[in-house]
Ligand binder design. Structure first.
Ligand SMILES: C[S@@+](CC[C@H](N)C(=O)[O-])C[C@H]1O[C@@H](n2cnc3c(N)ncnc32)[C@H](O)[C@@H]1O
Length: 284
């Protein structure tokens, strides 16, 4: 695929720097392992045929991109930071698949109109501050009749509560002012993508298997970049201890034992948006 060679010029350098610094803390791939079942669900739901031109937005270390590449799709992955690309490349090489990786912003995709049959994002695009711009870009690069598939945290999920506590103590340095959890609502998606698209959503759950709430919080404290950045930045240190205690208390509310084992269910919306096909006689 031909892409704009000036990809980096599309990204606000300051946001890029903050994001990269934030994610470079910790071992993100362990968090990506927790998210992987969402990617599996989404790809099974979409069942893309071999040859499908697929763009995975906010690809991270390539959870979704790897699965569609294994199905024979022609895949590109894009992320605001290239911090996870070495890990992604290693995964792709181990699976003997090729995926194009691009550093770029979901709000200004560096691809021509109608370049893809399928655009996805799992737990990613919802963090772009300008929702309308991000949705507009996903729809623009999609061909008529193509699909957008997403997994988005919902407003009542454990993640929403986690983010709420984190941002009360440590407002996001790169300006997540756009209420990311709104992307977990079909109504919001219908409004964002507009009348030219139909939206179908199903609520699903990931399950984070931790014996105690304390174990889960300790894991995020060790592996999740934004959490580590907050811990290293919040002053005095007693404020971090307060935040952490709130996290554990909140997580205890979700912690459960059921047929999945012992851990924390985390709700998300699995959404598929279909872009209307071209009407007969319409210019391509
Ligand atoms: C929780 S990770 C999810 C990664 C991957 N989709 C997965 O499911 O494993 C969120 C990702 O969104 C990316 N991201 C956040 N804002 C973005 C933006 N405006 N454009 C592109 N990527 C973005 C982050 O850099 C990060 O890699």
């Amino acid at each position: 695929m031909t892409i704009d060679p000036h990809t980096d010029a599309h990204i606000d350098a300051h946001v890029q720097e903050i994001n990269t610094a934030m994610w470079s803390n910790g071992e993100y791939r362990h968090v990506a392992d927790l998210l992987r079942p969402g990617a599996v669900e989404l790809v099974e739901r979409l069942a893309p045929a071999p040859g499908t031109r697929h763009l995975d937005v906010a690809t991270g270390n390539g959870n979704v991109a790897l699965l569609t590449a294994l199905r024979g799709c022609a895949v590109d992955g894009l992320d605001l930071t290239d911090e996870f690309f070495p890990d992604a490349r290693q995964r792709f090489a181990e699976a003997s698949v090729t995926v194009g990786l691009h550093r770029g912003d979901a709000q200004r995709l560096p691809f021509p109109d109608a370049s893809f049959d399928l655009v996805t994002s799992t737990y990613g695009v919802q963090f772009a501050p300008d929702h309308a711009a991000a949705a507009g870009e996903m729809a623009r690069v999609l061909r008529p009749g193509g699909r957008v598939g997403m997994c988005n945290w919902t407003a009542r999920s454990w993640t929403a509560h986690f983010q709420e506590i984190l941002s009360a103590y440590f407002p996001s340095p790169n300006g997540h002012q756009g209420q990311p959890m709104l992307w977990g609502s079909e109504d919001h998606l219908a409004e964002l993508f507009g009348p030219g698209c139909t939206v179908r959503g199903e609520r699903r759950e990931l399950f984070y298997p931790f014996a105690t709430a304390e174990d889960l919080v300790a894991f995020f404290e060790e592996c999740f970049g934004p959490c580590i950045t907050a811990k290293n930045t919040i002053s005095p240190a007693s404020r971090w201890r307060e935040l952490r205690a709130e996290m554990v208390e909140m997580t205890e509310e979700f912690h459960t034992t059921d047929e999945r084992g012992t851990g924390v269910p985390v709700e998300y919306l699995l959404a598929v948006v279909e872009k209307a096909p071209e009407k007969e006689g319409e210019a391509p």
